[in-house]
Write a protein that binds this ligand. Structure first.
Ligand code: 5GP
Ligand code: MG
Length: 170
């Protein structure tokens, strides 16, 4: 059932260190709030923030998209809304994987209403399926194959999130 390893633990760790450096360099000043999109980003976020060498705050978001199960409807609702104020802060949304990007677009709209000083997205994986990707996607770990990936936070029916590497479930 679990097929080949697509990104091993060492490859992920190396890229996460690079992303941490890119992010550190991209925010020379101001308040930085790292907003993790649960649940899929939890391991990535934990590793990533330890590679960012500047002050920052951390909060989380839980979004639900509803409609039919298999098609991302774009009807996104926040189930947990960050308690932290966004106003005047640099917001960095941390995502596990960008597929259709519908969830992300709605989130960007919702969050930009709260007057942050900037909004950017850091995604570990991007399937690069979006015809017109939002300019906010500034940091991407890896281009992902068009497969169903699990591990390192990514699940299938809540299983496999704990795997230290990313595998192809197809
Ligand atoms: P989007 O709105 O971009 O279509 O949905 C993105 C969400 O779908 C991700 O945050 C993730 O929860 C889920 N997803 C998309 N592709 C994959 C995949 O290959 N593996 C897993 N485990 N989840 C995925
Ligand atoms: Mg999921």
């Amino acid at each position: 059932m679990l097929q080949n390893v697509v990104f091993d633990a060492e490859t992920i760790a190396r890229r996460v260190r690079e992303l941490g450096k890119e992010i550190t360099d991209a925010y020379p000043e101001g308040e930085l709030l790292v907003l993790g999109l649960l649940k899929g980003s939890f391991i990535f976020l934990g590793d990533l923030v330890r590679q960012i060498e500047r002050p920052l705050q951390i909060d989380f978001l839980v979004a639900s998209s509803y409609g039919t199960e298999k098609i991302s409807s774009g009807n996104v609702r926040l189930l947990y809304d960050p308690v932290t104020r966004l106003e005047g802060k640099h917001i960095l949304i941390v995502e596990d994987i960008i597929d259709t990007g519908k969830t992300l677009r709605v989130l960007l709209d919702l969050l930009s209403e709260r007057a942050p000083s900037s909004i950017a997205v850091c995604a570990l994986l991007d399937k690069e399926l979006m015809a017109d990707p939002p300019t906010e996607i500034r940091f991407v770990g890896f281009k992902a194959p068009k497969a169903f990936l699990v591990g390192y936070g990514l699940d299938h029916s809540e299983e496999y999130r704990h795997l230290p590497y990313i595998v192809d479930l197809d």
